[in-house]
Design a binder for this molecule. Structure first.
Ligand code: SAH
Length: 341
């Protein structure tokens, strides 16, 4: 048995074909799920009783329980309990252009980035596709809104759960399912080079963001152990390959950590590294957490860093801050909840 929310239309078409049914049944089921948002097979009234009967045998709907919801200014942070009692988070942000949802891809994370709360809690398991789809569906239903963007920047390393994440992207993207345009979906990775290569070959048109956070191997390996496996030279050459093949611009995320990676020299080194690459840099004010020693850079330092990049002709933005007062940094709500218990 699997959840009906975890299955792509192509797979459901195959399922019906194997049963000797016409493929379009898959489209009908998708309309009930994602357009009419029914919560049982019995509500799918244009589908024959015998088909409903075997759908019920092979699939369940699935459900995420909202165990905590924190409301901040323009930010709603959800803590979900999964069927096996594991917890994951999703964060809804209200921008002027609409709502965007930050989705988790794993329970915990194995990347052990030094500054990140999620990595303190080791990976327990990958999320199934339906658990990502249901983060989206549950928040839309709870808020009675339409979400127009999804970023895979919650707990977990999406490319360490590659196949399920790609299926999730397919369901987000499918005009008969959630129907978000590719440009409205962003997947963020700490830099798993082989999976970035797979991603190039898959030809997905969604946005790619790379968590960079340092412009030299020594510092990056301290902050992000994954750099010891796939160093900057490998990572950057793979990104160039991605840009060549897709013609798409890449985002580099760069958290500013006080006195660690935020000097003028760091900004110049970063500019050199990214020179000539079709990209932009998203500077992220660090969300401090009580368990981790790093501090946020001052506003003044952030602006100086920004100015150096600008002067060096690197496209750069400073991330607007969301959710400071709702522990919206990656993994914080889950960590706080678990520790309070
Ligand atoms: N594992 C993926 C996606 C999840 S993290 C990745 O590494 O890209 C999403 C982003 O939030 C990453 O850039 C991550 O480095 C950053 N991040 C983690 N902890 C943070 C914190 N306390 N404050 C600000 N950004 C943080």
């Amino acid at each position: 048995m699997e959840s009906i929310y975890g299955i792509t239309k192509e797979k459901l078409e195959q399922y019906f074909t194997d049963k000797g049914e016409k493929k379009y049944k898959a489209t009908q089921v998708f309309e009930w799920l994602y357009n009419f948002k029914v919560s049982s097979f019995d509500e799918m009234t244009n589908i024959k009783k015998d088909v409903i009967a075997y759908l019920k045998q092979d699939f369940y709907f699935g459900y995420l329980e909202i165990v905590n919801k924190q409301v901040g200014e323009d930010t709603y942070k959800y803590l979900f309990k999964l069927a096996d009692n594991n917890l994951v988070e999703a964060v809804l942000m209200h921008h002027d252009y609409g709502y965007s949802l930050c989705v988790s891809s794993q329970v915990g994370c194995n990347m052990t980035c030094a500054f990140c709360e999620s990595g303190r809690l080791k990976k327990v398991r990958n999320l199934n596709t339906y658990e990502m789809v249901l983060q989206f569906m549950t928040v839309e239903r709870d808020m009675n809104i339409k979400i127009s963007r999804v970023v895979l920047m919650g707990i977990g390393e999406p490319f360490d759960n590659y196949d399920n994440v790609i299926d999730f992207i397919n369901i987000l993207n499918d005009p008969k399912a959630i129907s978000l345009g590719s440009r409205h979906i962003t997947v963020s990775t700490s830099g798993l080079v082989p999976r970035i290569k797979d991603f190039i070959n898959d030809g997905k048109q969604v946005n790619l963001a790379i968590s960079l956070h340092a412009a030299n191997d020594k510092l990056r390996s301290e902050l992000m152990p994954i750099n010891k496996v796939y160093n900057l030279e490998l990572l950057i050459s793979t990104i160039k390959e991605y840009i060549n093949k897709t013609n798409r611009r890449v985002t580099f995320e760069y958290i500013l950590l006080n006195d660690i990676n935020d000097s003028k020299e760091d900004a110049n080194e970063l500019s050199m590294l990214l020179k000539g690459i079709n990209c932009y840099v998203n500077l992220i004010p660090y969300n401090e957490t009580s368990h981790i020693k790093y501090k946020r850079s001052s506003k003044d330092k952030i602006l100086k860093f920004y100015d150096v990049l600008k002067k060096n002709n690197i496209q750069v933005t400073i991330r607007r801050e969301f959710g400071k007062n709702v522990s919206a940094a990656c993994g914080q709500l889950r960590a706080n909840y678990k520790e309070a218990k």
